[in-house]
Design a protein around this ligand. Sequence first.
Ligand SMILES: [Zn+2]
Length: 399
Amino acid sequence: MANDDAKPAGGANKLVIRNIGLLLSGDLRQPILDANIVVAVDGKITAVGKRGDVDVAGASTTIDAKGTTLAPGLIDSHVHPVAGDWTPRQNQLGWIDSYLHGGVTTMVSAGEVHTPGRPRDVVGVKAMAVFAQRIFTAFRPGGVRIHGGAPVIEHGMVEEDFKELATAGVTILGEVGLGSVKDGKTARQMVLWARKYGIQSTIHTGGPSIPGSSLIDKDMVLETDADVIGHINGGHTALPGDQIVELCEKSTRALEIVHNGNERASLLTLRTAKELKQLDRVILGTDSPAGSGVQPLGILRMISMLAALGEIPAEVAFCFATGNTAKIRKLDGGLVAPGRPATFVLMDKAQHSAGKNLLASIQLGDLPGIGMVVVDGLVSVLRSRNTPPATTLPEVVST
Ligand SMILES: [Zn+2]
């Protein structure tokens, strides 16, 4: 049921999802909503409530959630796409579609750095960024929205280059540190130029990921002051614990925890953010494709790991991968609320999980089973081919 173009076909396209057993909002301030019906028109949520409160008449599609859980589509804050649904890192096709089957409906590029022969000269860097921004805006496998076109800063770039990139539609920088700029002073200047023109920045943190990449320690992260402390838990080699704690304490920027990082360091970051009462800074990514492969279930695995080992309620861990990321990355998804995209993942506890319900099963470290993914008001995936099977599946009852 994959649809290459997730836009509704025009006219009033009304979607009603009823009989929702548990509604996860994505909002850290109120992660669970007291509601069991969601209504959307033309791909946008119009109402969230209970029978009697919301107008369910005239639906073009009705989904019976059968008492399962609905959450906003998951966001992967850190991917390295190249072109189409192909990654040369592991010579794999269809990786984005596989992530959709792991509940990921939005991805943010941290740089198209795996592009074979990627240019390092300023004109080439800019051309590739605009190209990537365009192709990933137009290409949405299964409806997945990929925010691409993330240039990696190189020596020789001047303020005018950032202005030109912003005018051309570029909104994000790739990881600072993956190009020739390795000093905090130059990086800080370029990050400031980027910010001036509305381009968000992310910095690589920790040891080199692969041969050719390099160490970025807490001093460079603090001096550069990028908007997102990219993979604060290393990619995979983490900084010493005292440096991670110092980054949490001294910086106010987003704390990005990734799947392809150091798990011990991710728990230290989470614990520190919790002590600081700053869980709103925590966002999740996979940092994939990478040397350790592609992880279709990477975001779900992070949610489960952080909930099970980090003493965080599972419904809060979902917020890290939805509302928190949307807010920090300035995306319109990530929340179940009127006006937001009708992009959802429907889940239930996996068959034979020891947990008594979905949240309990995640708290025990199990993964949920995905029964359906909806993108912009259209059903994109029925039962996931990648998660363990859900105990109960939602059903499309009328179209
Ligand atoms: Zn990195």
